[in-house]
Design a protein around this ligand. Structure first.
Ligand SMILES: Nc1ncnc2c1ncn2[C@@H]1O[C@H](COP(=O)(O)OP(=O)(O)OP(=O)(O)O)[C@@H](O)[C@H]1O
Length: 364
């Protein structure tokens, strides 16, 4: 093996932090030459001003300087030509620009819905996503709550912007979750007041142009109610599984049931109900049922699905949400966190069956 080959082999362990694939596989490694102990390596970044440039340069330097016989690494950062970039994006997108989350795909799609706003749907979705990564799953999260996008803030990346490589969008990663939100495409706190067709196109673009790579689970945080986005998701992802979030209050339970029924009409499968904002445990141990009780069980029974958890009201949940550090990480022993971790584990164990689906493996 020549020194250049050894360096190339070492670079196979350096991954692009946004695409999460080895830079050698992404054709980002250009010429390599070695003169005495000095190795010169050309790295082709995907785009001008690549936000990951510093990190890639650092990782490349460390890898190259660890190769036996190299005392110094000289890294030249250049940028791919438009043709190289097109060939990369086309390869990553599997040669076609189509929605990868088809019924045949091995990725489970789970939409989280609620009847009313403010019941904690986004908080639970963000925490479930992070909890699933803790269980070793590769998780993507689409914040489709176009009018009340709050996922970036809940995951501590309120100002993150996705990187665009040609027509491919690379989702920011927080707590291991690849995350995309409409909030990443609007300035500051601008309100989104779009009509159905525009919402439909945006969700379609999220599902098609965002490069999530291989995922075990794609979670979707839907807006509350049964509006345009829920219908779009029903049309685009009729095989999705649906989690319904409600509070213990009977008024909330009634509307929550409706959102589950609409999901079902589009062919989606409701897999369970999560009751949030259940009894708050007071310092003396007594339980304060601020929002009443029984709503979760009521919705679950009407939809004939299991009540997966009753997540209590918890100061830690609110505080960690405000701080952008999900409670399952910030305070995993909190009662609400353990309830959410329990749901993540229960759902993860139900992996999709493989029957009738193509495994995408070509015969040898
Ligand atoms: N179990 C809980 N204990 C205490 N506070 C909670 C709990 N769940 C959610 N919250 C708080 O309730 C508020 C609403 O939560 P969240 O934004 O997740 O609701 P939502 O259903 O997604 O609302 P919308 O769909 O209208 O955006 C937030 O301030 C959040 O911190």
């Amino acid at each position: 093996m020549t020194s250049a080959d050894k360096i190339r082999a070492a670079l196979a362990h350096v991954t692009d932090p946004e695409i999460r694939r080895p830079i050698t596989e992404l054709d980002m490694v250009g010429d390599i030459s070695v003169d005495g102990g000095v190795a010169s390596v050309v790295i082709k970044l995907t785009i001008v001003g690549c936000p990951a440039a510093d990190r890639i340069e650092r990782d490349v330097r460390t890898a190259v300087e660890a190769v036996y016989g190299v005392s110094q690494a000289e890294i030249a950062l250049t940028v791919m030509t438009p043709d190289e970039r097109r060939s990369l994006t086309s390869r990553l997108q599997g040669g076609r620009r189509a929605m990868p989350f088809t019924p045949e795909s091995l990725t489970r799609v789970i939409a989280v819905t609620s009847g009313k706003g403010g019941v904690g749907k986004s908080t639970l979705t963000a925490n479930l996503a992070v909890a699933m990564t803790q269980l070793g799953l590769k998780v993507g999260l689409i914040d489709a709550d176009v009018f009340g996008f709050s996922i970036p803030g809940l995951l501590g990346i309120p100002t993150a912007k996705p990187t665009r490589v040609g027509d491919m969008i690379l989702p920011p990663i927080a707590y291991g979750v690849k995350t995309i939100s409409i909030g990443m495409f609007v300035e500051g706190s601008t309100a989104v007041s779009w009509r159905g067709p525009m919402l439909h196109r945006t969700i379609e673009q999220f599902l098609t142009d965002v490069y999530f790579g291989d995922l075990d689970v794609l979670l979707l945080d839907l807006p509350p109610g049964t509006g345009d986005v829920a219908i779009t998701i029903g049309q685009l992802l009729p095989h999705a599984e649906v989690l319904v979030v409600t509070t213990p209050q009977s008024a909330a339970a009634e509307v929550a049931e409706r959102s589950g029924l609409v999901a079902r009409q589009t062919g989606q499968t409701v897999i369970g109900v999560i009751e949030n904002m259940a009894g708050l445990v007071a310092p003396d141990g007594s339980i304060l049922d601020i929002f009443g009780s029984g709503g979760g069980a009521e919705v679950a029974s009407r939809l004939d699905v299991p009540l997966l958890a009753s997540v209590p009201l918890s100061i830690a949940v609110r505080q960690s949400g405000d701080a952008g550090a999900p409670v399952v990480v910030a305070d995993p022993m909190d009662a609400a966190a353990t309830a959410i971790l329990g749901v993540a584990s229960a759902i993860s164990q139900r992996g999709r069956g493989l029957a009738g689906r193509s495994l995408g493996v070509s015969p040898a």
